[in-house]
Design a protein around this ligand. Sequence first.
Ligand code: SF4
Length: 364
Amino acid sequence: MKRNLRNYTLEEIQTLISELGLHPYRGKQIYHWITAKNATTFDEMTDLPKALRQRLKEHFTLALPEVMSALSDEEGTTKFALKLWDNEIIEMVIIPERDHYTLCVSTQVGCSMGCKFCLTAKMGFKRNLEVYEIISQVVLAKKYLREKGAELPLRNVVFMGMGEPLANYERVVKALRILADKEGFNFSRKRLTVSTVGLIEKLERLSKEFPTALALSLHAPSDELRQELMPIAKKYSLATLITTLKGFPRVKKGRHTIEYVLLKGVNDGIEEAKALAKLLSGLPIKVNLIPFNPHPDLPYERPTEEAMEGFQKFLLSKGILTTVRKSKGLKISAACGHLSAKHQALQIHTFHKPHHPLTYSQAL
Ligand code: SF4
């Protein structure tokens, strides 16, 4: 099987190219094409001799997942269903912001974390994504934006799609390294956000090996409630999580994000707001409140506007920077925490049935 070049760092590509008896300089050229220039075919690499391009085609591939559907809402949030080589389906979402685009990428097919408010959890875990499958989402997003003549840059990549990124640690970190490489994609680390339920050992590794912006999916201010909502909370206490968060480096002094999905009557009351404020007191964080988007397969309801407002106001009154996630993409089932906050992969998977793409449009 041909190797997909998007799996590799610059150094690795140079080695692969050297093994073909070519000067490593060619490796750098190729790397530049597939990252900074977002080439999707070898034929685009016009500064390489034709014979070399032919050789590359014989040894390597730049194959991308197939775009099965791309659905936009009126605000421009676009959700893509991507078919992988083994017919599994993942999603990515492009979200327009004031002066840039944000891309939300998946890191696994399915997820094993079992969060109660999440549809991905219902799929169970299927497999980890390879590095090239993570990178390909960025390539496809850039290609899409270029083809539609978008004027704003793709500046942020949030690892908040399907899956728990730190459960696919090695590949995710390698993808992060490739995305942050100044010789290539050149994303600022501050603009690469890893969202996690808080796998402590992996967080500690990440803090040493490749600190990025962090979004911690908290969703409850007490161990008891968190354990009800998120099975992983039985393994790691809130106290341990907060200690780990305190020790996690802040890229360029940025604040880490606390994700909190508001579930009506479950965790959206003033008592929970008080407990959350106490838990987060003095931490350099911001809180992102995500109103739950109801789904027939999930037993929760959307909080009322008053509850959301009350919750936010209380946190603000305690000096905690707090935003409420706007329901961008709601009509295409792409809103929810899953996108810009991740840990609520809700609704997205109404069409997570690889061989039934129609289910998707029917679900809209
Ligand atoms: S919310 Fe995130 S970690 Fe939890 S089951 Fe869903 S995708 Fe996995």
